[in-house]
Design a protein around this ligand. Structure first.
Ligand code: ZN
Length: 424
């Protein structure tokens, strides 16, 4: 494979340290050298990219991905979409993520059983462009839980599959494993966003959660959980869940429990959807009770997450993009939400979007940082994302996108414009 030399970069390396000037050599799929002593690397046989002070940083990691979400207004829109169309939309969404600098994505659930799996396989086989993907199964929910949109007189599919009792959860989790998922998803609490979501109450029993976790352990898969209520967070920790999403209503005891498992567990607030509901949805669109619940959730997140940061709990970005209020492709907005709502500095939020994300992917010792020997999942950014994290929302500012050393994008005209600016 080819060698590429990025000369005269500012390297923001994902460790949380300040950016520094360096040359970076990519050899094959990995980063061969990061040389702060510039001009010293042997460029022979390498394609040279003159960065002129642009920022080289790790590729972004979407930590709560739903490539099967179709920017739907209603959960049942997902059930109404036939599998063939649905798979094509997911393929487009995967490409959209990579276009926007996301070189990895950890799925928080697939709207249909096999779509994440087949998209992951096609990406890995080089048949489709997209990020490295960890595939999840559909949300496993209980009757009357989040994603159960049926009524006594009417069958309606949405994004979840219903399982009641440990035996049904076991069978469904094993079915997900058989079909190739990397993780299963359990909806332990309800949700304010849907009228059927049982609000943020804790609705899945410990016996049901343990059944799902036990299957995942047997087959060496991960377990992700939807947990808004404090009690749901506690049940998730007690039962051994690996990735606990939302958690905004975590109380002191829940925070203590999360802290006690911080070396193993990841948390993701999915704050983008709350922000969009409260700040970008006109009055009257959401039913009053729903809106009020989400406002309380956003306020609770603003209290819980600075506390999680203080306790060293690893939090990942990913804001439930793929709803009408949070269209796919806008995923990098979450970085600014961490700064504006959750008390993170820009550098800390970027660590959540890169290094912690790679750790969630199970690639912590080989991706998510600009380090020698690490996978060359890299972005060359026109500007300083620490000074303005919103630069990363604009894909035109992503001059190069590399995944495993392969240049998915290398914008020569942007490099030339930069060269001309530098010469002036
Ligand atoms: Zn989600």
């Amino acid at each position: 494979m080819a060698r590429t030399l990025f000369k005269n970069c500012r390297v923001w390396d994902g460790s949380g340290a300040a950016a520094y000037p360096a040359d970076v050599m990519v050899d094959g799929e990995r980063i061969a050298s990061v040389a702060t002593d510039r001009g010293r690397l042997d460029a022979s046989g390498a394609e040279v990219v003159e960065a002129n002070g642009m920022t080289l940083m790790p590729g972004l990691v979407e930590g709560h991905s739903h490539i099967t979400f179709i920017n739907a207004a209603r959960a049942t829109d997902l059930g109404d979409t036939p599998p063939e169309e649905h798979t094509l939309i997911a393929a487009r969404n995967a490409r959209l993520l990579l276009d926007h600098g996301f070189t990895s994505a950890y799925s928080a659930a697939s709207a249909k059983l096999r779509i994440d799996v087949v998209i992951r396989n096609a990406i890995e086989a080089g048949e489709l462009p997209g990020p490295r993907l960890r595939a999840c199964g559909p949300e496993i929910t209980v009757t009357a839980g989040l994603g159960d949109d049926r009524r006594a007189h009417q069958f309606r599919d949405s994004f979840a599959i219903v399982a009641d009792g440990p035996d049904e959860v076991t069978k469904l989790a094993r079915t997900c494993v058989r079909e190739g998922v990397d993780s299963i998803k359990l909806n332990i609490s309800g949700d304010d966003h849907t009228s059927t979501g049982a609000l943020p109450r804790t609705v899945m029993s410990e016996a049901e959660i343990r059944a799902g976790v036990s299957v995942a352990r047997d087959f060496h898969r991960k377990v992700n959980a939807h947990c808004r209520a404090a009690e749901s967070v506690k049940r998730a920790v007690r039962c051994g869940v690996d990735v606990i999403y939302h958690c905004e209503h975590a109380d002191e005891e829940a925070l203590d429990m999360l802290e006690s498992v911080r070396d193993r567990v990841f948390v993701g607030p999915a704050i983008g959807l709350l922000h969009a509901a409260v700040h970008e949805t006109p009055e009257g669109v959401l039913p009053g009770g729903v809106r009020h619940g989400i406002e309380l959730g956003l306020a609770a997140a603003a209290r819980a997450y600075p506390e999680m940061k203080k306790r060293g709990i690893r939090v990942v970005i990913g804001g439930d993009y793929g709803f009408a209020r949070t269209p796919q492709g806008e995923n990098a907005r979450d970085i600014a939400h961490f700064v504006n709502h959750l008390g993170y500095t820009p550098s800390e939020a970027l660590v959540c979007a890169t290094r912690y994300g790679a750790e969630l992917m199970g690639l912590g010792n080989q991706a998510g940082q600009v380090r020698e020997g690490f996978l060359a999942d890299l972005l060359l950014v026109d500007g300083d994302p620490v000074a303005d994290v919103n630069i990363l929302r604009n894909k035109d500012r992503l001059v190069a996108i590399l995944k495993g050393g392969e240049p998915y994008k290398l914008d020569r005209s942007a490099l030339q414009r930069r060269e001309m600016r530098a010469a002036e």
